[in-house]
Design a protein around this ligand. Sequence first.
Ligand SMILES: Nc1nc2c(ncn2[C@@H]2O[C@H](COP(=O)(O)OP(=O)(O)OP(=O)(O)O)[C@@H](O)[C@H]2O)c(=O)[nH]1
Ligand SMILES: [Zn+2]
Length: 340
Amino acid sequence: MAKRQLNRRQNWRIEKIQTERAARAAKRESQALDALEGGDLGPEQTGLVIAHFGVTVEVEAEEDGQTYRCHLRANLPPLVTGDRVAWRAGNQGNGVIVAQLPRRSELCRPDSRGQLKPVAANVDLIVIVFAPLPEPHANLIDRYLVAAEHAGIRPLLLLNKADLIDEHNAAALDSLLAVYRQLGYPLLEVSAHGGGGMQELQRLLDGHVSVFVGQSGVGKSSLVNSLLPEVDTRVGALSELTGKGTHTTTTARLFHFPGGGDLIDSPGIREFGLVHVSRADIEDGFIEFRDLLGRCRFRDCQHDREPGCALLKALEDGRVQPQRLASYRHILASLPQDEY
Ligand SMILES: Nc1nc2c(ncn2[C@@H]2O[C@H](COP(=O)(O)OP(=O)(O)OP(=O)(O)O)[C@@H](O)[C@H]2O)c(=O)[nH]1
Ligand SMILES: [Zn+2]
């Protein structure tokens, strides 16, 4: 009891300190903004948000490719990495964001209160990475596909560690890949180590804004390091960690590939698609089910053994793959009960 009270008091103190700290930061921020606005600002131009640091964002000028630390005017919607903005330069490598330009797409994740918040904008390719090892799970790949379909962003299935394909795993991998090939999803095999397929991958990434997602250990870092030999993609994440101590969310950063094309990366983005999907998202995300759902005899059909089930009929006719139906059921069953 006493301990709980103590905890509550501690929490209250921590909250008070955090509020005061935030208020001081906001005040400093508005003073900085006033000083900027009071000075000579350059003409309005367009730029790209390449990183986000709470009260300021790093903007790359479209014109000269230089980066500027920019302050935000109060009436702006929240900006994220990948946003295109209208901004005006100040005099010391800083500037002011004037407006957010329309987004073509958004990646969203729930925040600490469970509310969906955008974490990256204008991504147009989600690279779903898997490998012979750790052994790939169809339902995990399908979860990422559901998330990509839901975000309206094109997926690319990337089998990394192709050098590890041998007589023990080749058949299983082939049948896994055949399902996605039949659905029309683009597929590529590479080896971040051996270098096989990497040029082809680079070609597919050129001209796009991509994110890499996939299970731990499939080789996302290795792929990114091989594509971006010049930069340490962990830098942004680390400096945020030491800056804030307890905060585990780390900023997303946009990197340019040498051959053109961009990558947006952060630990949070790598896990995109593993949290929060609704039943409707799942039904929509299995593209071959779209024409079938709603055609079952029973409205609350669980597509399990019900007579007149359109999905089971399609399974029988070979229009739906057993692996996909199993995966669909598995993902649905993982939803909280009230959404099922
Ligand atoms: N044989 C082989 N091993 C690879 C290849 N790419 C990566 N690996 C190895 O796989 C392991 C995991 O690679 P990472 O790049 O750390 O994987 P990750 O997906 O970034 O993992 P997380 O950071 O946990 O998300 C490392 O030991 C790599 O050396 C490859 O093409 N072939
Ligand atoms: Zn059914």
